[in-house]
Design a protein around this ligand. Structure first.
Ligand code: NAD
Length: 443
């Protein structure tokens, strides 16, 4: 099938590459000329495991192409995906300007029937707004062309995006249009062989499903973080509590890890956006507001430990940081906890000496060159002459360090661990002071 994807970011590029792998012809359109030029030259703008090989394969097979030409993109596919960003507006609600700009591009240039599929995360009612743009523009153009608008939210996880797209748990289709449903069932057939994963529902329910899913996941994290703070005060160990509650199948072990707060491009903005959507209906989302508040507080946790350790005086200290991305296997720094920590450290007069396997370029892009930020090439180099080590992201390569090297390099044998990677008793044995999340009297 011929498919156009607007927006070549984490969602659009992965979706396009995976569709091409399944044999579909995909034209990717982006307004960022550098991004398009890079992709045309074989440079992949984001890091996702397996993505680079898949994109190269799609291009080599002539199934994947990149352009900035919106009109050419509209002419290409009967199926038109919208996968552009929906960043938070000033008041926290989702900014729809990019989504509606694509709708307008499609409406302006279409000369044949199109199915417009929204993959971006958008507030309930956006489908109607996209429909309105298409209807009005086509009317102005005096064109009576058939179109359908579908909500097909994306559930991929950054860091495992390719695998998630290749083997989705579910494919939500929000539509009441049989023609659109038939085309999308055909498109997704290669991903739907093991059992039927397609769930068809009305467009508003599909839009809300995406927010409900992310808000549920964010709630699990904030719940565990709240419990971890309590555990600390009560002298209990949250990791033992986690094992205890996870064994109940109604709770389960998935996604109940305490830590230094959730980040990324989705949870923070989607929780905020749903709070705003609810406000617009006059409903007060008490639970979601607490989820957000607990998370904002949790992001200051590591700085709190450092202040405690240095009795409030961080001036002139060098803090080694392992892990900058908001989670492992991605270079995405959006809303990462490491940013809150680094910014607090700089304000307190400390220097950051950091290593991340993938996110250093992005960190450099965000913060530029500054004397109090040293990005180094290995995790060991981050330790040299540093006062203490802080772990912000649970990259696999941080899980089994050589503790004797750590002890040798650090000025003080102190680890502040935002991801509970180590056993407190073991670190105590080795002579470390170990601050972790909710581990009772571990320090
Ligand atoms: P991104 O910022 O990585 O990419 C968006 C791309 O859209 C950019 O390359 C931008 O240049 C391009 N763009 C903007 N306006 C355009 C236009 N008019 N025409 C063509 N391209 C345009 O964003 P992302 O992380 O891929 O997220 C996209 C959407 O998917 C968001 O709504 C997000 O909430 C949702 N989502 C993201 C994830 C994730 O893990 N990143 C997961 C599920 C859903």
């Amino acid at each position: 099938m011929k498919v156009t994807v607007f927006g070549i970011g984490y969602v659009g590029l992965v979706q396009a590459a995976v569709l091409a792998e399944a044999g579909h012809q995909v034209c990717c359109v982006d307004v960022n000329p550098k991004r398009v030029a890079d992709l045309q030259a074989g440079i992949i703008p984001i890091y996702e495991p397996g993505l680079s090989a898949l994109v190269q394969q799609g291009v080599a097979q002539g199934l994947l192409q990149f352009t900035t030409d919106g009109a050419a993109g509209v002419a290409f596919g009967e199926l038109q995906f919208i996968a552009v960003g929906t960043p938070p507006d000033e008041d926290g609600s989702a900014d729809l300007k990019y989504v509606l700009a694509v709708a307008s591009t499609i409406a302006t240039h279409m000369t044949s029937p199109k199915v417009v599929i929204n993959k971006s995360t958008v507030p309930v009612g956006t489908g109607d707004k996209v429909k309105a743009v298409l209807t009005t523009t086509l009317k102005t153009r005096q064109q009576d062309l058939q179109f359908a608008v579908v909500s097909n939210p994306e559930f991929l996880k950054e860091g495992a995006a390719v695998a998630d797209c290749q083997r989705p748990d579910r494919i939500i289709l929000g539509t009441d249009n049989p023609w659109a449903e038939k085309l999308l069932r055909e498109l997704y057939m290669p991903f739907n062989r093991n059992h039927d994963k397609i769930i068809v529902m009305d467009i508003r329910s599909a839009e809300l499903t995406k927010y409900a899913a992310n808000c549920m996941l964010a709630t699990k994290i904030s719940f565990m973080n709240e419990m971890s703070n309590l555990a600390e005060l009560l002298g209990a160990d949250i990791e033992q509590v986690r094992h205890g509650i996870g064994s109940d199948p109604r709770i389960g072990y998935h996604f109940i890890y305490p830590g230094c707060g959730y980040g990324g491009s989705c949870f923070p903005k989607d929780v905020q956006a749903l709070i705003k959507t609810a406000e617009q209906t006059g409903y007060n989302t008490q639970l979601l507001k607490s989820v957000e508040a607990v998370n904002n507080q949790q992001k200051h946790k590591l700085f709190g430990f450092l202040q405690q350790h240095f009795a409030g005086d961080l001036q002139g200290k060098t803090i080694a940081i392992w892990g900058l991305s908001f989670k492992p296997n991605t270079d995405d720094m959006r809303e990462a906890s490491s940013r809150v920590l680094m910014e607090s450290l700089w304000q307190a007069g400390a220097t950051v000496q950091a290593f991340d396997p993938e996110a250093m370029e992005e960190t450099q892009r965000i913060y530029g060159s500054r004397a109090d930020l040293k990005l180094v090439g290995t995790k060991e180099a981050a330790l040299q002459n540093a006062d203490v080590l802080v772990i912000c992201t649970e990259w696999k390569s941080f899980r089994s360090p050589d503790f004797s090297v750590l002890k040798q390099q650090l000025k003080q044998p102190v680890i502040v661990d935002g991801r509970n990677l180590f056993e407190p008793s073991r670190l105590r044995e080795l002579g470390f002071t170990y601050y972790a999340i909710g581990r009772g009297d571990s320090v």
